[in-house]
Design a protein around this ligand. Structure first.
Ligand SMILES: Cc1ncc(COP(=O)(O)O)c(C=O)c1O
Length: 380
């Protein structure tokens, strides 16, 4: 099956009872046993649910993996991956991971004896230097949120193999349409399905995909034991959203290229970061390992905080919202929105400058998005 066919059809077959094209939602907590010790493969929805199972099969097939394990959020997926570790273990992690991930690592998981080193994973020698005797995992996000740094996955897989580390990739921004980390040597591909995979701002969810039987067994155990599972309805909505993933991504990507080129030429914009621009510092790696550049752009406004606020308050079509990866274009100003509580020095140290703006380019007409940004930038 070719990739686009898998997106539409993999894991989905007509309902055996009625022939329904769309699999039904099994909205049930439990299942009646035929007799003691004899069930139909399902006993309790925290452990297994047919709707979730369909989605897990579909997601694994698209990612090119054997096992998919779904969770109630992207954060629950990240947390479950970390539950593969034990007190005393150390993780080497990309330095520009989504802020919710570093908050979880630093403020929650350190309480349980895990430790983390944040390094620029665009530089393999920095990653190598950070590995210690107690390092058990390498955790990479590519492209990163919000600075869109791109990491060479094959180079990371080599380091992970040399040191016996579990290698996980948060591939939320790229999606399996443009990047399949397992094919490049990762042990785990993880997504916040809240974003492109479900695609319509309709739910919160996450998934972990792996080819390793040992990791799959452990993740399923963690899934049923901790219970951070998505509802059958959310699984069903994700399943429907997924069927158009390849079409949506093509439009997100072509629109983003147009918007990035417009911004790069605009006098009120100091710098644009988009993996599809030749000016992106890791453009060559992005081009080699991704088949498209997705829909996320960040850019630096001339005029810092004041300009940022003006642009945010002037956009009409672009939605002032914190999420990403949905059909609507969404715009965020980290200094006044997502990172407003982070002390300025810490924010700047992470490269989150006062004039930094992140756009999740939607699938509207590119001309309308550009016109909206132009009128907002004119006011900055
Ligand atoms: C790259 C990345 N990973 C993980 C997450 C967390 O996902 P969720 O919001 O579904 O918990 C996010 C959320 O923005 C993200 O951008």
């Amino acid at each position: 099956m070719k990739f686009d066919t898998k997106v539409v059809r993999a894991g989905i077959s007509p309902d055996p009872t009625t022939g329904a094209v769309v699999p039904p939602i099994y909205q049930t907590a439990t299942y009646v046993l035929e007799e003691v010790g004899k069930d139909k493969g399902f006993d309790y929805t925290r452990s297994t649910n047919p709707t979730r199972q369909t989605l897990e099969t579909q997601l694994a097939a698209i990612e090119g993996g054997k096992h998919g394990i779904c969770f109630s959020s992207g954060m629950a997926s990240v947390d479950s991956c970390m539950k593969l570790l034990k007190a005393g273990d150390h993780v080497v992690c990309s330095d520009d991971v989504y802020g919710g991930v570093s908050r979880h690592f630093n403020k929650v998981l350190t309480r349980y004896g895990l430790s983390f080193s944040y390094v620029d994973s665009c530089n393999p020698s920095k990653v190598k230097e950070a590995v210690r005797a107690e390092t058990k995992m390498l955790w990479v996000e590519t492209p990163t949120n919000p600075l869109l740094k791109v990491t060479d996955i094959e180079a990371m897989a080599k380091i992970a193999k040399e040191h016996g580390l579990i290698f996980g990739v948060d591939s939320t921004f790229a999606t399996p349409v443009y990047l399949r980390p397992l094919e490049l040597g990762a042990d785990i591909a993880m997504h916040s399905t809240t974003k492109y995979l479900s695609g319509h701002n309709q739910l919160i969810g996450g998934v972990v995909i792996t080819n390793r039987q040992d990791i799959a067994d452990e993740m399923k155990f963690i899934q049923k034991t901790i219970g951070a599972v998505p509802s059958p309805f959310d699984c069903w909505l994700t399943m429907l959203g997924l069927k158009t993933l390849h079409l949506r991504m093509a439009r997100h990507s072509s629109n983003a290229q147009i918007v990035a080129e417009f911004l790069e030429a605009h006098p009120k914009v100091e710098r644009v970061t988009y993996p599809g621009l030749a000016s992106h510092p890791q453009h060559a790696i992005a081009k080699a390992q991704m088949s498209g550049f997705s829909g996320m752009i960040s850019f630096e406004l001339v005029g810092g905080i004041a300009s940022g606020k003006t642009v945010m308050n002037s956009v009409k079509l672009c939605a002032l919202a914190e999420s990403l990866g949905a059909v609507e274009t969404m715009i965020t100003h980290p200094a006044t929105m997502t990172h407003v509580e982070v002390p300025r020095e810490d924010r700047l140290a992470r490269g989150l400058t006062d004039g930094l703006v992140r756009i999740s380019v939607g699938i509207e007409d590119a001309e309308d998005i550009v016109d909206d940004l132009r009128q907002a930038l004119d006011k900055a």
